[in-house]
Structure formats: structure tokens, C-alpha cells
Design a binder for this molecule. Structure first.
Ligand code: COA
Length: 184
């Protein structure tokens, strides 16, 4: 457990590779929309939706910048009916910035925010074929010493009317000491 605490604390320092993290502002909405569209992998929402996320949900969304350019984004929220659960909606890192741990660092940065001090679990949904996303959340769970569970949740036929692959609900449950490390 000591090892995990040191590792997570290490992420608090300003990265040395030109990557910085911040809350979004409504002036970021259009850039975020373009970043998501550019992945070619994520469902596109309206630009208006991204504007609302940047504005109303800024405390639970994050932007990563590489030398001042937006290259990473996570949208999330604290579930209205489960105040200790953080739901990750979308994660996007532009192709040129991948493989530097930016997505994993964004998750850790979010969990360290004071708004997330009471969070006990992270949830997200992933389709079976999204290897990068499974790898990201498995790696984040491992780093946090947390358990990862998954089950089919939004089903292809029952919920998507056959228009979308089944989304599996992934739940990462933190141990107390890890939550303390995130919150410190
Ligand atoms: N295949 C297998 N493993 C991968 C991977 C891939 N394509 N991409 C990342 N990983 C692994 C990394 O090796 C790392 O594991 P480690 O910590 O054990 O070394 C872990 O996932 C985290 O990698 P990280 O560098 O933080 O990820 P990233 O910044 O490159 O961004 C995505 C990962 C998924 C956000 C990025 O590839 C992306 O934007 N993809 C398109 C959109 C998408 O699918 N989003 C996720 C669904 S919401």
C-alpha cells in the first residue's frame, strides 16, 4: 500500500514532458468537439453537448495540453443518484500524444480534485472491441490497487435497437488508503 501511495503522489508533480492539466472553460467546447471527432473511434455528440460539459461540468472534466495545445479530454460526472460514484463518459487523446500516459494521468488528476474527495468508485462503459480503453482502465485500476469488475449493461438489442455494440459497465472500487492518497 505504501508503494501505491508513493506512485500516486508522484503524479501530483508538474509533468516534465510538456503536458499540463486543467479544468475546461466554455471557450474550449469547439476544440474538445474536434478532438473527439478526430479520434474516429468515439461517438460524436453535438458541439452544444461538449459546451455544456466544459461549462456546467468543468469540475469533473479535464483537459490535457501539450505545449499549450489541447490533446486530451475526459468528460465525467458524479452520478446524480450515487454521490460516491464518478462516471467517466468519454476519454480522448489525440493520436500524436498517445502512449505518454496522458489518459491515465488525466484519470488520476480528476480523482485528486477536491470535488472527488468522497469518490469510492469509478465507472465507465466499454465495448468489447476497444482494446485501448480496456488497457487504460485495467492499468488505472492496477495502479490504484483497485478491483475492476465488468458486466454487460447497455445491450445491443435491448437498449441500442441493434445500432451499437453492447457497452460493458466497468466498476473500479478503491480501497480507503488509495482514496486518501488521491485526496491528499
Ligand atoms: N492497445 C493496448 N494498450 C493500450 C493502447 C492500445 N491501443 N493504448 C493505451 N494502452 C495502454 C498503455 O500501454 C497503458 O498501459 P500501462 O499503464 O500498463 O503501460 C495504458 O493503456 C494507459 O495508456 P495511456 O498512455 O495513458 O493512454 P493514451 O494517453 O495513449 O490514451 C486512449 C488512450 C484510449 C484514450 C486513446 O488511445 C484514444 O483516445 N483512443 C480513441 C478514443 C477511445 O477509444 N477512447 C476510450 C473510450 S471512452
Amino acid at each position: 500500500m505504501t508503494h501505491q501511495t508513493i506512485e500516486l503522489s508522484g503524479h501530483r508533480k508538474r509533468p516534465v514532458d510538456g503536458v499540463s492539466f486543467r479544468k475546461p472553460k466554455k471557450s474550449d467546447g469547439a476544440d474538445v468537439w474536434r478532438l473527439i471527432a478526430g479520434t474516429g473511434k468515439l461517438d460524436e455528440n453535438s458541439m452544444y453537448c461538449n459546451l455544456l460539459q466544459c461549462d456546467h461540468f468543468a469540475d469533473t472534466c479535464i483537459i490535457a495540453e501539450l505545449n499549450g495545445e489541447i490533446v486530451g479530454w475526459i468528460s465525467g460526472y458524479i452520478q446524480p443518484d450515487a454521490s460516491k460514484t464518478f462516471f467517466v463518459w468519454q476519454v480522448a487523446v489525440s493520436e500524436k500524444a498517445r502512449g505518454r500516459g496522458i489518459a491515465k494521468r488525466m484519470l488520476a488528476e480528476l480523482m485528486r480534485r477536491k470535488e472527488c474527495a468522497e469518490i469510492e468508485r469509478v465507472q465507465t462503459t466499454i465495448t468489447k472491441d476497444n482494446d485501448a480503453s480496456w488497457a487504460l482502465f485495467r492499468s488505472f485500476a492496477k495502479q490504484s490497487g483497485a478491483e475492476l469488475q465488468d458486466r454487460p449493461y447497455f445491450r445491443e438489442d435491448e437498449h441500442f435497437d441493434g445500432e451499437h455494440d453492447t457497452e460493458h459497465m466497468v466498476t473500479i472500487t478503491f480501497e480507503d488508503s488509495v482514496r486518501i492518497a488521491f485526496a491528499a
